[in-house]
Design a protein around this ligand. Sequence first.
Ligand code: ATP
Ligand code: MG
Length: 372
Amino acid sequence: MSALRVYIERAARTDAKVLLFGETGVGKEVVARLLHAYSGRRARAFVPINCSGIPETLLASELFGHTKGSFTGALRDKPGLVRQANGGTLFLDELGEMSLAMQAMLLRFTETGEIQPVGADALAARTDVRLITATNRDLRAQVEAGAFREDLYFRLNVIEIRIPPLRERGTDILQLFEYYLRQASRSHALPCPDIADAAKQVLCAYRWPGNVRELRNVTERLVLLEIDRRVTPDDLPEEVRQSRRPGTRAVTRRRAASDVHPRFDFDEASEDGSVIDSLWDRLIQGDDFWSAVHQAFKAHELSRVDLAALIDRGLRHTRGSYRALVTLFNLSPREYKRFHAFLYAQRCNLPVAPYRMAGKKFDTADKSAARR
Ligand SMILES: Nc1ncnc2c1ncn2[C@@H]1O[C@H](COP(=O)(O)OP(=O)(O)OP(=O)(O)O)[C@@H](O)[C@H]1O
Ligand SMILES: [Mg+2]
């Protein structure tokens, strides 16, 4: 994080667009605010907007403004957030959730700096806005799957900053934990508990899928428990405690998968899930499905249940799209049929409905999987 801070300070001095990548809760907005605070624009506005929280029809008018009467409810002219951010910084969060139509509008804005309010005949005056965007998705995979415009991706990705997940930050975990314990104890006017070494080890071993936000919630709950002795591992929430036992990562994942596909007994998957983890890593690093997974399967290094678990993981990542899965597994779209035929033959062609319906529910698992 110290190295990242130096990088942030350097990036802040330029006016270049920044694209922030990181799992949910790693601090993308914190970094965006730092970039603004260190920049020459610090005296002007920092305007954040979360693209996923706003219905697509409203997003355009939120960003670019609208004229009175341009749609039902547009009672007066509204300048829009881009104008509000003039001279300052506009932070677009959850960029990966933006529709293709909205992406086209954003592209036009990034190319010319001009904005056209909804319902206006003419372009409004040009604005001077620094654009910082963020996503927790694998945008490159989205580009390949046709869900994100490549031209926009290259426009926004001038400076790329990847914020590592908490589990990769070593003792940051304990520093942040103690910081937030103190903060929670101050704000609730309750004593600040001491943490036993065994509990510290558990905290460091946990995966923290919700990253700093999750950590902050855990500290708050601990303070509210008003424990009048040292905090032991047993005082920690169940999901955190599970990290004590080896292989629990896989157990958690298997349990989640079995919920979706009762026809599979995911408990039969390789004991600690490491086979699946290492194959997944190879796929994410660019190996294709045939050479990584298919071969291991033919060599009996991978069971049918392992294969299903891997497909399950992929479908969580693509939210149930087999087409996107083909791309994610580094196959060309032409191989879609062969891929599907293989899964069908192994009865690993998992139904997609649960992934589509689950939508947001899988967000966390999905992101951490993609980043690893
Ligand atoms: N380095 C840090 N030090 C202290 N607090 C932090 C740090 N990074 C993040 N936080 C806190 O963690 C929480 C989540 O941070 P933030 O909202 O910036 O994450 P995010 O990456 O934007 O998450 P999301 O993907 O859900 O939008 C906030 O409460 C923030 O204050
Ligand atoms: Mg955010």
